[in-house]
Design a protein around this ligand. Structure first.
Ligand SMILES: [Zn+2]
Length: 356
């Protein structure tokens, strides 16, 4: 290795002192000051490899220095997963780096021939067309979007489609199924395109959708894909693709029996909840014949669940008072509210009955 500079530190530092030239000090006064104020241990000059921590050059650090550097990509880890066969992930990687042998790419490397999309026979074949924009492919994507309750137009190219897919917010289970669906649909479209060209298959939407469904079922049956969210949307998505949901924790069931009020009594069931910090309260009045006499709902200001439950009771009491009902059975699912009101039963206990 040839040194870039012929001078050594020792040419400027000897007798325990810096000897900078006056022209250098005049030209670079601040740097000169920094140099002069830097202590130098009394060691001989040595060469040091700046790219390794200890100054030693190693094959690994030299290779890391000379190998081509590419910008980091956010899809790198997304397309690989235990539940996706490596060749399907590899196929998606080829699409992202533009290495699919579509007719337009073949022309670029000198392979002459007709360029017509085999799936629609109406446009020239490019990667974005055959995998996404072709009316045949787009209609299949639309179906898969519907399965996953995605209500927006298709991205314009495969790269945007992958980026869009990565940034979809889903529970673990639905997110993994979505990833498996996207990767397997891209792969199925391409293998179907090859079968149409080389095996004279007729383009079939049904076949591709079936392949994707089967692949999703295989992934769900053979791998742990994580848990679903306790949400209606996750239930609908999993129902659309016929896959059993994996709830976060086993559901527990509480047996609750509702009883009619006695003759000449009225029963009011109240409930309260808090959603996004706002109080919601409601209740239903019924008589001994199970007729609904009335109901109410109230949305109030900020509060906590207990306040919402209490609010529901207060509104019910006001309603009872206005209606001049005398025998009323209050029922609330908040044991805390029931306990609170029972503690006042000395004054109102003869008029109201409470149960939880
Ligand atoms: Zn087409």
């Amino acid at each position: 290795m040839t040194p870039y500079f012929s001078q050594k530190i020792s040419d400027y530092y000897f007798d325990n002192k810096w000897h900078l030239t006056s022209s250098f000090m005049q030209s670079f006064p601040r740097i000169s000051l920094d140099i002069i104020s830097t202590p130098i241990p009394g060691l001989a000059d040595d060469r040091s490899w700046i790219r390794s921590g200890f100054g030693n050059i190693t094959a690994a650090s030299a290779f890391a220095h000379i190998r081509p550097q590419f910008p980091k990509v956010d899809w790198g880890s997304w397309i690989w997963a235990p539940f996706i066969p490596a060749r399907r992930s590899l196929f998606v990687w080829r699409t992202i780096v533009g290495k699919l042998p579509t007719f337009d790419m073949n022309r670029l490397i000198g392979i002459q021939g007709p360029n017509r999309c085999p799936l629609c026979s109406a446009a020239e074949e490019t990667m974005d067309h055959v995998l996404l924009n072709c009316p045949f492919s787009a209609s299949i994507w639309a179906d898969v979007f519907r399965w996953f309750l995605i209500d927006q137009p298709l991205p314009l190219d495969v790269g945007s489609m992958i980026r869009f897919s990565i940034h979809q917010k889903n529970s673990k289970q639905v997110g993994n199924l979505w990833k498996a669906g996207v990767v397997s649909l891209l792969w199925s479209l391409w293998s179907h395109r090859n079968n149409v060209i080389h095996k004279n298959f007729a383009p079939s939407r049904h076949l591709i959708l079936k392949q994707v469904r089967v692949f999703l079922c295989e992934a769900a049956n053979n791998f742990v894909l994580g848990t679903m969210a306790n949400s209606v949307s996750d239930l609908l998505i999993l129902n659309n693709i016929s896959i059993a949901g994996q709830p976060r924790k086993p559901f527990s069931y509480i047996y609750v029996a509702w009883h009619l009020p006695p003759p000449s009594w009225i029963k009011v069931n109240t409930d309260g909840s808090v959603r996004e910090g706002r109080i919601h309260a409601g209740g239903v009045f019924r008589n001994a014949f199970n007729d609904v006499l009335g109901c109410y709902h109230f949305s109030g200001g900020q509060g906590v669940a207990f306040e919402a439950e209490l609010f529901a009771i207060i509104i019910a009491i006001e309603s009872v008072h206005r209606a001049k009902w005398e025998r009323v059975w209050f029922e609330s699912d908040s044991s805390f509210v029931v306990q609170l009101l029972q503690s006042l039963s000395e004054t109102i206990g003869g008029f109201f009955g409470f149960s939880s």
